[in-house]
Design a protein around this ligand. Structure first.
Ligand SMILES: C[S@@+](CC[C@H](N)C(=O)[O-])C[C@H]1O[C@@H](n2cnc3c(N)ncnc32)[C@H](O)[C@@H]1O
Length: 208
């Protein structure tokens, strides 16, 4: 089976699961360089793919939870955690999107950000192109669910593309603050690592 290695994290790339790429590495950088040590704090990765980002967080001491629409990705994340001698808890993605359960300390997502429409279970296309018009469909669902899953001091890390017009996204979500931590330009597209926090009283008071 194919493998990938970045910043001390090795993963198997299971068939039918998104191959780690520059967007994945940007999110691993976010976990390694911009989050405090985990020390048992709770961490959720939405859309975990191979689990490279989740493994990075578990190595930093976070108590990790993960989910993915693709059943093969869920198995792959679990296997890559096991190979690293780590554990994590799988949740149903709808548990996140429906806003049940209370606040995580950290939530991360490298979403399908390319414009496109994918029907059914074309998992590899869905990984990147399932974002609907302007690539913002899944991102919008994620941002709407966030306040119900974050506490006052929680932080979310999200990958956005210049194709998603990040400044417009920021404008329509005054309940959240957005800060670009890092960017990476590849040809005509720029990828952004964005830190998001709750503003005012827009957060959950239920701690996990
Ligand atoms: C761009 S890939 C990122 C995978 C991995 N996190 C990484 O960085 O390599 C997006 C992932 O999100 C998953 N996904 C897409 N829509 C989702 C949804 N609504 N809920 C949960 N996972 C979703 C896809 O199956 C895919 O594994």
């Amino acid at each position: 089976m194919l493998r990938d290695f970045y910043r001390g994290v090795e993963v198997l790339i299971c068939p039918g699961v998104y191959h780690p790429a520059e967007d994945t590495y940007l999110l691993v950088d976010g976990v390694m360089d911009h989050l405090p040590p985990g020390e048992g704090r709770s961490f959720l990765e939405v859309g975990s793919g191979t689990g490279m980002v989740t493994v990075a967080a578990a190595l930093r001491g976070y108590s990790v939870h993960f989910c993915d629409l693709n059943p093969r990705a869920v198995l792959c994340t679990r296997e890559n955690l096991r190979r690293a001698g780590l554990e994590g808890e799988e949740i149903d993605p709808e548990e996140f999107f429906e806003g049940e359960g209370g606040a995580y300390d950290v939530i991360v997502f490298n979403p399908p950000y390319l414009p496109g429409r994918v029907e059914g279970e074309e998992w590899e296309r869905l990984a990147l192109e399932g974002g609907g018009p302007r690539g913002r469909g899944v991102i919008e669902r994620f941002l709407r669910a966030l306040p119900g899953q974050m506490g006052r001091s929680s932080v979310a890390l999200l990958i956005l593309s210049s194709l998603n017009s990040p400044s417009e996204i920021k404008e329509v979500h005054p309940e959240l603050s957005f800060e670009i931590l890092k960017n990476l330009t590849m040809g005509l597209e720029t990828l952004y690592l964005v830190e998001i926090r709750a503003v005012g009283e827009h957060f959950s008071t239920i701690q996990r």
